[in-house]
Design a protein around this ligand. Structure first.
Ligand SMILES: Cc1cc2nc3c(=O)[nH]c(=O)nc-3n(C[C@H](O)[C@H](O)[C@H](O)COP(=O)(O)OP(=O)(O)OC[C@H]3O[C@@H](n4cnc5c(N)ncnc54)[C@H](O)[C@@H]3O)c2cc1C
Ligand code: FES
Length: 262
């Protein structure tokens, strides 16, 4: 883990309130797994009551250019401040943090289904690229509220089949990601990231199908480095010695059934 003032390469809006931020620096070389995240300082000059850093997933890494790409929703006070960073400026980045998705869980030549909901979609892009590189066939199920919220559809389509689901049917098929997942049984491993109700529904579908699932949890965080316990969730196994896991340091990716989804 490093802290670095990284150079902003570009920042652009790609959907309703969704931004793509590219940064460049040495830290990019330290990323070792898809699904890891960075903790961004969103204020240029922190005031007397500085905002907490914001955890954002690494969407993809370009090692040749030492670049990281992040996609985020400008929803609250911190992420709205983040939109003001422009090319040529620097930004304080802590990372890479956490344990990401296990690419080795799928056998070479196997098939993986990647299920993303809303702003849970970004880390699946880097995961998909890593799986494809390993010789895994990848299918994506991407869920959004509406057409205006859809992003990176074409990027995913270059890697494999991408099924877009929208709640109102204004893009792709009408329905939820689980409607598409239910029709699928020819896969070895599922990976998911998205809001908690979606993760619970996906976990119940994959459990019924008897398929392994790895989930990334986007818990509220404080320190992001395992020290404050702001992000803990309970383990399912009541005999587990510790009884909890820190999402920032033990996760954010867990095998379904390891921690309670609540
Ligand atoms: C491992 C991880 C990866 C994430 N990856 C992405 C991503 O790639 N793109 C993206 O848009 N969002 C991502 N999130 C969620 C993102 O961190 C929050 O939406 C963001 O911190 C909210 O900040 P805000 O300034 O918009 O909102 P505010 O309401 O101003 O935030 C207030 C506080 O709540 C925390 N907080 C609020 N909502 C969340 C949430 N859902 N998850 C975690 N902390 C929250 C903030 O960190 C901050 O401390 C990720 C979260 C985690 C834990
Ligand atoms: S955010 Fe502090 S321990 Fe996880």
């Amino acid at each position: 883990m490093k802290s670095e003032m990284m150079s902003v390469v570009s920042q652009r809006q790609i959907a309703d309130a969704i931004f793509e931020l590219k940064v460049q620096g040495k830290l990019a070389a330290a990323v070792c797994q898809p699904g890891q995240f960075v903790h961004l300082r969103v204020e240029r000059t922190p005031g007397p009551a500085p905002l907490l850093r914001r955890p954002i997933s690494i969407c993809s890494v370009d090692t040749a250019k030492s670049e990281l790409t992040m996609l985020y929703r400008a929803g609250g006070v911190g992420t709205k401040q983040l939109t003001s960073f422009q090319a040529g400026e620097t930004i304080d980045v802590l990372g890479p943090l956490g344990n990401g998705f296990p690419v080795e869980a799928v056998p070479v030549g196997g098939r993986a289904v990647l299920i993303g909901g809303g702003i849970g979609v970004p880390p699946l892009y880097g995961l998909s690229r890593a799986l494809l590189k390993k010789g895994v066939q990848v299918i994506h199920i991407l869920g959004f509220r509406s057409k205006k919220d859809v992003f990176y559809r074409e990027n995913f389509e270059t890697l494999g089949r991408a099924i877009v689901m929208t709640e109102d049917g204004s893009a792709g098929e009408a329905g939820l990601v689980t409607d598409a997942l239910r029709k699928m049984n020819n896969y070895d491993v599922a990976y998911a990231c998205g809001p908690m109700p979606m993760l619970k529904a996906v976990a119940s579908e994959t459990a019924a199908a008897g398929k392994p699932l790895y989930l990334s949890l986007e818990q509220r965080m404080g320190c992001g480095i395992g020290a404050c316990l702001a992000c803990v969730c309970h383990t399912v196994d009541k005999n587990d010695e510790k009884g909890y896991r820190r999402v920032c340091a033990d996760g954010p990716v867990f095998k379904a059934g390891e921690v309670e989804l609540c």
